[in-house]
Design a protein around this ligand. Structure first.
Ligand code: BGC
Length: 724
């Protein structure tokens, strides 16, 4: 376990508020406004960049005379992705993707990863980390899903809370994002999500609410998209009502980079304009100064916003722990954290005839495809980390469109091929890149076992139109599996994919984007040194026709014309359109449950090299809902399981209320307890502005996935009412 920085004790909220008020009282107007905006250093001439300051996504000038430090910001959730320094060859530890982390169902692992990347951020001179993304996965084609934490609000909320808490243990401000409903990339700067309040509160907003309660982030980043016609960054309902009034959030709201459209946004609850050059206008600097002078914006709005920034600075120990950039980082120890995370994020989807773990008797192993000779893929965009060892085999992530300027497709870390050779010293492990499917099939015939690596590149700013692997990989797998029945597929993707070859392939692993040590983690799982324990945080549909929107919203929208580009401040993209989510609050498995659809692999699914049994369900209802049961390892290997508890109310889709992750030796049993947060079961009554759970019977199930109830029972719940 990593030890967070010494002296990271946080200041309590009341002290932080008092200190913020005292400092604010001493500040000039210029100093206050200075806290409310900042540039993207990459777009600043070198001479305008502050000296001896780390160059990341942005910075906000502090007030030196009052001991208010400069806020130095870095992306993001998968490690320090320090843009400029990266070009100069700086590296950082690359954690596995969000979907990998979410597959662990382990908030402690999220915390350990957060503590590690936060310590690197601080050592490099950053005190704000733009971590963690908690947009719900509503569409498995969305480009940024790899950064996010799955389709369920409780799972995503708990994990992001752990991640942020870990990051902030380094006296750093964390930033939960992108608030709200920024669930796809297509049209992200122009589209408007149309959803009723109850649906929002029970899904995407609930993930944020839980994340904020668990992680206490210093900041919230409002999103690019519009919600109900209004930009998220000038949305009084989202920012003033939900976030501040209802949830009591005391920190500051920073905009996404290029997401500000007016000075009046300050009245709606936005405090800080980030990456201001991208907005085209100095909304929160010169224009704000003028608006206050002209009486259009009250001084109190500026004071409030500056006070919130100061509050976060004091509450998270940023003022009390000045940055000392250039500290040494123990990259070897950090790589271990990345590897442990990658190992726990691998999901075993299929293992017919116990082909895995690979027997040490396999003497001829053929590895095919997926650039497995160089490393594992990473996703593109602002979250991309230049890993220790560098990005290998890099190509452009997009030839045209919104990602063309910045997305890179690169391979990181330990190459699976090398790692497999190390795991199987007695075998000949050969490699073919898979470009020639016929040649791969011929070679497969002579191998004891074939491992095909299949990948799909995802990046910020672009969605996929379908769920296919693409690049001829389905054909490759089919050809190889037809030639050799002992073919194992390792998927390295940022999203669920279809598997037309499924029945020909006895074993499948989903390794997502495994980060810097992904290759080693895959090899250890294949060899059986690690017993896989990952469970899907997202449903794998059997076809796009099963999705609430079979056609990705906006994928048929016409390209933005000159006028649209000027209005929305974008260089490329589509004309504005509305996004409707027919599933409402029932995203992912809930939609599949409601519609009686059978997915390819359900949410929560994941196999192990051992077997688990569930017994003795004891569920008690009334004022609270507590579910107890026993989990036993009935197989021959030690391993961890993730039994899940779902609750279904009459006429409703099932909802995950919690889970356990017991680690069990062969023959060992443990009783576990899951207690429900009743908001998760309740409806949000928008009229009464309350969570309401009507009295009545609910069905409780303990399942191995959302589609595999093992123990079931019913309990009677009392009526439950709670403020938002
Ligand atoms: C992304 C954010 C990121 C910011 C700064 C934006 O494009 O949406 O997630 O933190 O850039 O790099």
């Amino acid at each position: 376990m990593l030890t967070p920085l010494a002296g990271q004790a946080k200041t309590d909220a009341r002290t932080a508020e008092r200190r913020a008020a005292e400092t604010l009282a001493k500040m000039t107007q210029e100093e206050k406004i200075g806290l409310l905006h900042g540039p993207m250093p990459m777009l600043l001439a070198a001479s305008k960049r502050p000296k001896d300051v780390a160059i990341g996504a942005g910075f906000i000038r502090g007030v030196e005379r009052l001991g208010v430090p400069m806020l130095v910001e870095s992306d993001a959730s998968l490690g320090v992705s320090n843009l400029m320094e990266m070009r100069k060859g700086d590296v950082a530890t690359a954690l596995p993707s969000g979907l990998s982390l979410a597959s662990s169902w382990d908030p402690e692992l999220a915390r350990a990863g957060g503590a590690m990347i936060g310590s690197e951020a601080r050592a490099k001179g950053f005190n704000v980390m733009l971590v963690g993304g908690v947009n719900l996965i509503r569409d498995p084609r969305a480009g940024r899903n790899f950064e996010y934490l799955g389709e369920d609000p409780v799972l995503a909320g708990e994990l992001v809370g752990g991640q942020i808490d870990g990051v902030q243990s380094n006296s750093i401000i964390g930033t939960i994002k992108h608030f709200a409903l920024n669930d796809q990339e297509t049209g992200r700067n122009v589209a408007s999500v149309e959803m009723d309040e109850a649906s929002m509160r029970e899904s995407d907003l609930l993930a944020f609410q839980i994340g904020i309660e668990k992680g206490n982030p210093g900041s919230v980043m409002c999103a690019y998209n519009r919600v109900g016609g209004l930009y998220s960054c000038e949305h009084p309902f989202l920012l003033n009502d939900v976030l501040r009034r209802d949830w009591g959030f005391k920190g500051f709201v920073m905009s996404d980079w290029g997401a500000v459209h007016s000075t009046e946004a300050i009245l709606a609850g936005l405090d800080q304009q980030s990456g201001e050059q991208l907005d085209g206008k100095p909304y929160f600097s010169d224009l704000l100064v003028k608006a206050v002078e002209d009486g259009k914006i009250p001084q109190s709005a500026v004071d409030k916003a500056a006070g919130r920034v100061l509050y976060a600075i004091y509450a998270h120990g940023v003022a009390d722990h000045p940055l000392q950039p250039g500290q040494t980082i123990d990259y070897d120890a950090h790589a271990e954290v990345a590897q442990r995370a990658a190992e726990q994020g691998i999901v075993l989807l299929r293992n017919e005839g116990g082909i895995l773990p690979l027997a040490t008797t396999a003497k001829k192993i053929l590895v095919v495809g997926g650039n497995a000779d160089v490393g594992v893929p990473g996703g593109g965009g602002s979250s991309q980390v230049n890993p220790v060892g560098g990005l290998k085999r890099v190509t452009k992530g997009a030839e045209s469109g919104p990602a063309a300027g910045f997305a890179r497709r690169g391979y990181v870390g330990t190459a699976p091929l090398d790692a497999l050779r190390a795991e199987f010293p007695g075998a000949t492990v050969s490699y073919l890149d898979g470009k020639d499917a016929a040649a791969a099939a011929t070679a497969a015939k002579g191998a004891d076992v074939v491992i095909v690596f299949a990948e799909k590149y995802s990046t910020e700013a672009v969605d996929h139109l379908d769920l296919s692997l693409g690049e001829g990989q389905d054909e490759l797998i089919d050809a190889v599996a037809s030639a050799n029945g002992k073919t194992i597929v390792v998927l390295e993707t940022g999203n669920p994919v279809l598997m037309p070859w499924l029945n020909k392939v006895p074993a499948i692993l989903s390794a997502w984007y495994g980060g810097q040590r992904g290759g080693a983690a895959i090899a250890r799982v294949l060899a059986g040194e690690v017993n896989p324990s990952g469970h899907l945080p997202v449903t794998f549909p059997a076809s796009v026709d099963q999705l609430p929107n079979p056609v990705l919203p906006g994928s048929d929208a016409p390209p933005a014309d000159k006028e649209t580009r000027a209005i929305y401040g974008i260089q490329a993209g589509t004309k504005p359109f509305d996004i409707h989510y027919p599933e409402g609050s029932d995203a992912g498995y809930r939609w599949f449950d409601k519609k009686g659809l059978k997915p390819l692999f359900p949410f929560g699914y994941g196999l192990s090299y051992t077997q688990f049994r569930y017994d003795d369900l004891k569920a008690t209802g009334g004022k609270t809902l507590t579910v107890r049961f026993t989990v036993s390892n009935s197989g021959a290997r030690a391993g961890a399981d993730v039994p899940q508890v779902y609750v279904t109310r009459p006429g409703k889709a099932k909802r995950l209320i919690g889970w356990a992750k017991p680690d069990l030796k062969p023959g060992e049993s443990k009783e576990v307890t899951v207690t429900a947060d009743l908001r998760v079961l309740a409806d949000f009554d928008a009229k009464a502005q309350r969570w309401v759970l009507p009295a009545g019977e609910v069905r409780v199930e303990v399942g191995a996935s959302a589609a595999d109830p093992v123990l079931t029972g019913t309990v009677r719940m009392n009526r439950f009412v709670r403020k938002p």
